[in-house]
Design a protein around this ligand. Structure first.
Ligand SMILES: [Zn+2]
Length: 218
């Protein structure tokens, strides 16, 4: 059995344990979403009590509209509304803050500093979930996204749109990249929307017990 097949089998076993009450969806085509750091495997999803997740996007280069389309792109993955999000008008109310620009220097970056190559060279982004030793994610999570050049050009706008959907995928708990180029959660995303495999992975992750939880809202 390959490593990936082992991961899939483990994930499905966990899902079966967690979700016996909703039948047995056949969601075998998924990828590893957990953050694995040595022997420490971190799995996060938003608890029902936090829904809808509140997302604020800086009013630069259509980011609020792209946040709306990102939320709409992920919602269909959740057949039972296991995850939901809304965009809020005030950053003070937000669980997730999306800013135009680069992450602050010296900030911890758990996931990646995306350096998108030729398939989406026009922009780059990073998502920074701060997870403390108590396995709590500090709120708000921060997403930074920026154009590399000419943010008003259609190709750059398309890059910002699909890359923000990728980053929102990280914020909902997909802490790793898909190895498949046709998935939005590939490390070098090129598709505009989550694939069926992205949606399957998101659904399975919300039916897998989490060992990381959000800190109380301030
Ligand atoms: Zn990423």
């Amino acid at each position: 059995m390959s490593a990936r097949a082992t991961v899939t089998a483990t994930a499905l076993a966990l899902m079966a344990a967690a979700c016996a009450d909703i039948g047995s969806p056949s969601r075998q085509d998924i990828y590893e979403w957990r953050s694995i750091q040595g022997s420490d495997t971190l799995s996060f999803h938003w608890p029902q009590s936090f829904l809808p997740v509140r997302i604020w996007a800086e009013d630069q280069y259509s980011l609020p509209a792209f946040a709306d389309s990102s939320i709409a792109a992920w919602k269909p993955a959740f057949l039972y509304h296991e995850w939901d999000a809304v965009r809020v008008a005030d950053s003070a109310d937000a669980d997730v803050i999306v800013r135009y620009g680069s992450p602050p220097a010296g900030d911890d970056i758990l996931l990646e500093r995306l350096a998108l190559d030729a398939r989406a060279a026009e922009c780059e982004a990073a998502t920074l979930p701060h997870i403390d030793a108590g396995r709590e994610v500090h709120l708000p999570m921060h997403v930074y996204i920026r154009a590399r050049f000419a943010p008003e050009l259609p190709a750059t706008q398309a890059c910002l749109a699909l890359t923000l959907t990728h980053e929102i995928g990280h914020t909902l708990g997909i802490f790793q990249h898909s190895p498949h180029p046709e998935d939005i959660m590939n490390g070098n995303p090129a598709v505009p929307h989550p694939s069926e495999r992205d949606r399957n992975t998101a659904e399975v992750l919300y039916h897998t017990p989490a060992n990381v939880s959000p800190a109380p809202r301030p």
